[in-house]
Design a protein around this ligand. Structure first.
Ligand code: UD1
Length: 367
């Protein structure tokens, strides 16, 4: 019997965390041949290679080395390079994860070559078409033959869009497989000593959405808000390269006297250090999608610095509050967290560390 040949796509930081458990499960299952393609959307050591090390992801079979550019340039370049891989390898299936430009580009290439696409993390919707990721999600889902979802809302979103129920598989959250698998390993992290922090006596901040960092006024107002909050509790801010670049471009470093021991802007962290840092923090402020989910499982309060979330289950079940970017609202939510103990939460259904196993068993059954 010939083994099914599957290509996995990973291009940007959040993708690595999602492909790691899928690859380790597929290797264990021994019924598929797999190929890992790294598009090169993210390429700095701390945005890419450290995740391969921390999560023991095998070296990619292809590195397309695409790098940064405008959306059209990046998506187009990935498509051109990935088409060559598909023509050479002739896979039976392409698996894409998440909602980054690499996800969209590779799905389009595959479907146009008549290769079925499976989308892991299908059905998330912020209903905000100004978010580049929302376009990536809608298009990827519409061309996928197999849609793996992580929540009931995602199922409902897909059904409302007319996607056949037969294509939808509710399997849970693959990123939580990685988190639960890595918790023990992360205990070895020395990040708190390195940053001179004490457990639950600091907050973590991440910020990289274009809507928050690409306009000077917005970024400046946010930094001012964080500076005020840092008088109450120290803030650690592992800054995405895009954000670091914008802070330099708008000359905001000197304005906020950064670095400052109560408001430390540092380079992006690897997976295990970040997991340990977040686990032991008092709370997190973020505009990332994945961190809303991780804090839900860790039971760490999360303030989401956006006007919406495509992950409402983190609000209904988890520790997430969507606060937007208004300074008064953010500081008042921080006050509430500082005066209360950690909030209790329910674990969303199937966020149990066994999602990759479910996915691989389904892949084995579907024609
Ligand atoms: C991308 C995803 C976003 C995801 C984020 C996680 C899209 C549309 N966006 O956003 O959904 O939340 O990744 O990090 O796919 N850069 C570097 N080194 C790198 C990578 C990026 O310096 O290794 C800088 C470059 O200046 C680049 C900028 O960051 O222009 C933006 O990178 P890009 O991949 O276009 O989007 P992200 O903002 O990282």
């Amino acid at each position: 019997m010939t083994r099914k040949k599957i290509i996995f796509i990973a291009g940007a930081r959040p993708n690595f965390v999602k492909v790691a458990p899928l690859i380790s499960e597929i290797k264990r299952f021994r019924r598929f041949n797999y190929i890992l393609v790294h598009t090169g959307q993210h390429y700095n050591f701390e945005m890419s290679r450290v995740f391969f090390q921390d999560l023991e992801i095998p070296k990619p079979d292809y590195d397309l080395g695409v790098g940064s550019g405008s959306h059209a340039w990046q998506t187009g370049k990935i498509m051109i390079e990935f088409e060559k891989v598909c023509l050479k390898e002739k896979p039976h299936l392409v698996i894409v994860v998440g909602d980054v430009n690499s996800t969209l580009a590779c799905s389009l290439v595959a479907v146009k070559l008549d290769i079925p696409v499976a989308h892991v993390e299908a059905g998330l919707r912020s209903f905000d078409r100004e978010m580049p990721e929302e376009i990536n999600r809608v298009v990827t889902d519409s061309v996928s033959s197999i849609l793996f979802t992580h929540s009931e809302e995602a199922n409902r979103n897909l059904i409302k869009e007319g996607i056949s129920r037969k294509k939808i598989f509710f399997v849970g959250n693959v990123m939580i497989d990685t988190l639960l698998e890595s918790k023990v390993k992360s205990q070895k992290s020395r990040i708190l000593e390195r940053l001179k922090l004490k457990k639950e006596q600091y907050a973590v901040l991440t910020l990289h959405r274009p809507s928050n960092v690409d306009k000077k006024n917005t970024l400046e107002n946010l930094l001012r808000t964080f500076k005020i909050i840092s008088q109450k509790i120290p803030i650690i801010f592992p800054a995405h390269p895009r954000t670091a670049k914008q802070i330099r471009k708008f000359h905001l470093n000197s304005k906020f006297h950064i670095p400052d021991s109560r408001f430390q802007i540092i380079s992006p962290l690897g997976y295990l250090d970040m997991l340990y840092l977040v686990t032991n923090s008092k709370f997190v402020m973020t505009d990332s999608g994945g961190i809303q989910e991780e804090t839900t499982i860790l039971g760490v309060p999360c303030l989401t610095l956006r006007k919406n979330t495509e992950r409402p289950v983190t609000v209904t079940h988890g520790t997430n509050t969507v606060v937007g970017i208004n300074s008064k609202r953010i500081t008042s939510e921080v006050k509430k967290i500082l005066s209360n103990n950690r909030n209790y939460r329910k674990r969303p259904k199937l966020w149990d560390g066994r999602t990759a196993g479910r996915i691989v068993r389904i892949l084995d059954k579907v024609k």
